[in-house]
Design a protein around this ligand. Structure first.
Ligand code: SAM
Length: 249
């Protein structure tokens, strides 16, 4: 599924240029306007809207499309993690179990955006979320790979885990059929993540959580997760487990 592209994004000159050219935040319209003037297939990527030092470009094939992902240094969300690949694989090969066509989908901790891109290519109306610092690269990858291919234009927005979500995403306005999360459990405070999962997992919708098991804390979280929701283990792909959860009434 992965084709490695060696375009030398990591050298110092590129890094300096990237940082200086990204002093102002681009809007969706700016990015779309730029993409309008470019070939969205194999064209050389432009790093105008990527504020970090680039590491590399990765090429994947999912849902019948070639997907170019720009990775970046300096945050956990800048690179693709194993659970994202496993979840993309699961989603594209199990549309009979999880049919995303026309569904409202929220992704937590989207990182580079691969999972949201695949969900969008599979027909979902996607909202990809992450911490503010990660959004520029996420937005770039999402628009770059779904424009002209997806029925619904995906949204990219900030969402920090914790009780604040009740204020920023009021229940009266936001409702999702599926909540997706890949490799969101690693070395950080997991209480806020569980609070957020609980907030978005409501009667009638489904949470899909994929994670590579790394640390003892992962196992503790998995136990808390199982105690909090009705859970089913959908798949095990190597060290990655994919769970389906619904809320306990
Ligand atoms: C290990 S990365 C996984 C990225 C992506 N899902 C993947 O699998 O490739 C974890 C992601 O969670 C995000 N994250 C970490 N803490 C967060 C928080 N408190 N609120 C929102 N997102 C957070 C990070 O920015 C990062 O994008």
């Amino acid at each position: 599924m992965l084709e490695h592209s060696d375009e030398g994004y990591g050298d110092d000159d590129d890094a300096e240029n990237t940082n200086s050219r990204c002093s102002t935040e681009a809007t969706d319209e700016d990015i779309i306007e730029e993409l309008d003037t470019k070939d969205t297939g194999d064209a050389q990527l432009d790093n105008t809207h990527v504020p970090w030092i680039r590491l590399d470009r990765e090429v994947y094939f999912y849902a019948g499309h070639k997907i170019n992902i720009v990775e970046a240094m300096d945050s956990h969300g800048g690179v693709i993690w194993p659970a994202a690949l496993a979840l993309c694989n699961y989603l594209e090969t199990n549309t009979d179990v999880i049919d995303l066509k026309g569904k409202q989908v929220l992704e937590l901790g989207s990182g580079t955006g691969l999972v949201s891109i695949v969900a969008s290519l599979l027909g979902a109306q996607v909202t990809a979320t992450d911490l503010p610092d990660v959004l520029s690269n996420l937005r770039y990858n999402l628009l770059r790979n779904t424009r002209g291919r997806s029925k619904y234009t995906p949204e990219v927005t900030a969402l920090s885990w914790g009780s604040e979500v009740e204020r920023t995403y009021p229940r009266s306005v936001y409702r999702y059929d599926y909540v997706l999360a890949a490799d969101v459990v690693y070395h950080h405070d997991l209480e806020e993540l569980l609070v957020t999962m609980k907030y978005f997992c409501r009667p009638g919708n489904t949470l899909i959580w994929a994670n590579k098991v790394r640390l003892k804390t992962n196992l503790v979280f998995t136990e808390d997760f199982k105690n909090t929701f009705n859970t089913t283990l959908l798949a095990e792909m190597g060290e990655v487990k994919i769970f389906k959860a619904t809320c306990k009434r």
